[in-house]
Ligand binder design. Structure first.
Ligand code: ACO
Length: 403
């Protein structure tokens, strides 16, 4: 390894690997994926076991600190996160500068980036205490920021966090309660939300996580790095896919139109793709998608929604695609986003807030990866090379002589 490294460092050779198809950018002990087998482990634990048995904050603790917490550690962590959930009151005014019809992801990018201006006492990246406080602040405040972005779009008053509620309950409360109406959080919905957060908590070196690491590699502060991750997540090929899945299902409209859309997805002259299908790493069923589909049934049952047309449409689309040679030969399966939009919609979460929820959950993964990078002795500024394909040297032409 040392010989290969010195060869690359000599700058005599480098690999050209668009999209990092086969380039490892770092070492990491947080998340393991076996895309061929459809396996996802966080700190060695299977995602299904974590989703079945843990709360989101237990998983967040493991992702941040390497081990699942014992009872005392769990209580202390819950206390620490809860006491950081309120936003500096000045941020309230910062929100008010946005147009009411801004996309909530735009608000999220802006507010999270601006946190560096409000929390100066946790931006020294060389101080482990600063890094820990910044990590706690980000995990704790993200539900408040997302809920406030939503409330702001409605023109409703912001709801402040309530310390007696769990992480997921508190988020749902800030989203749906109003000062004049009490909102009783359903335990089934709170559990479903908790599970959805677990399913999105980390996913090794995807586009947004790599963006956080790249931004952080220059020594940028944690809030700026997470804002960069949010920007990357926003794209429809990444976190924006759950919003796009719902739009696609609405556009398809009925089961009899599925073959038409399958045909479009296979047509190389048509940019349309089946949203929520395919994954760079999973060449088997995404293990998160299985749990998401099951959660979807549970939520609809709890809400008394039977025969949800979008769910029927999604299930039929999945069935038809998985029998089609095009999808089978390319190993294109539903990914985590395929069913999540249907659950969010049933819960009353508007489509524009879907990707914000993904960002909320992924914040712990991003910040754990950022911390891991900063404590890695091999850490260097991220600086990819390029294949130059432009003009060779040419004589300068003064403006009055140019054709
Ligand atoms: N619909 C139709 N065809 C597809 C799809 C799709 N959803 N996804 C991939 N393909 C095809 C490609 O056209 C390509 O075909 P070809 O070999 O004939 O040229 C082949 O499958 C391989 O696709 P790539 O684009 O090379 O795969 P890549 O790993 O670069 O892309 C991605 C992965 C971006 C997720 C892609 O599958 C996609 O666009 N899916 C839809 C968007 C989506 O659901 N994104 C969410 C990803 S998961 C997440 O971020 C949580």
């Amino acid at each position: 390894v040392a010989d290969i490294r010195s060869l690359y460092a000599s700058q005599d050779i480098f690999t050209y690997d668009p999209g990092y198809m086969s380039t490892g950018s770092c070492k990491s002990a947080i998340t393991y994926i076996d895309g061929d087998a459809g396996v996802l482990l966080h700190r060695g634990y299977a995602i299904a076991d974590l989703a079945e048995n843990c709360s989101f904050l237990e998983v967040a603790y493991a992702i941040l600190k390497g081990e699942l917490p014992n009872q005392a550690q769990k209580e202390k962590f819950e206390f620490d996160i809860t006491r950081h959930s309120m936003l500096n009151e000045q941020i309230n005014f910062f929100f008010r500068g946005f147009r009411r019809d801004s996309h909530p992801m735009a608000v999220l990018c802006g507010v999270v980036g601006a946190m560096a201006a409000f929390y100066h006492d946790s931006i020294d990246i060389n101080d482990p205490h600063h890094r820990m406080v910044a990590s706690y602040r980000l995990v704790a405040k993200m539900p408040t920021i997302v809920a406030w972005a939503y409330k702001y779009s409605l023109g409703q008053p912001f709801m402040y966090p309530q310390n007696k509620l769990s992480y997921a309950e508190n988020f749902l409360h800030m989203m749906f309660a109003t000062p004049c109406e009490e909102y009783k959080v359903s335990p089934v919905l709170a559990r479903a939300m908790d599970r959805i957060l677990i399913l999105h908590a980390d996913h090794e070196q995807n586009a947004s996580t790599s963006t956080v690491r790249l931004a952080g590699s220059s020594g940028a502060n944690p809030f700026a790095c997470i804002a960069a991750g949010i920007a990357s997540l926003w794209g429809p090929a990444h976190g924006g896919a759950n919003e796009a899945v719902l739009q696609m299902l609405h556009e398809i409209g009925s089961v009899d139109r599925i073959p038409e859309y399958i045909k479009k997805a296979k047509d190389k002259d048509d940019p349309f793709r089946l949203m929520g299908f395919g994954h760079r790493v999973y060449k088997n069923y995404d293990p998160r998608a299985k749990i998401m589909a099951q959660t979807c049934h549970e939520v609809l049952n709890e809400l008394g929604v039977h025969d949800e047309p979008l769910l029927k449409l999604a299930m039929e689309l999945e069935r038809i695609a998985l029998e089609d040679e095009y999808f089978v030969s390319r190993k294109l399966f539903p990914n985590v986003d395929f069913y999540s939009g249907i659950i969010f919609r049933a819960m009353g979460i508007p489509t524009q807030v879907f990707t914000c929820l993904f960002a909320l959950a992924r914040t712990v993964g991003w910040i754990a990866q950022w911390n891991e990078m900063l404590t890695d002795p091999d850490q260097k500024i991220g600086r990819p090379r390029q294949l130059y394909i432009g003009s060779p040297y040419r004589e300068f032409v003064p403006l009055n002589k140019r054709a």
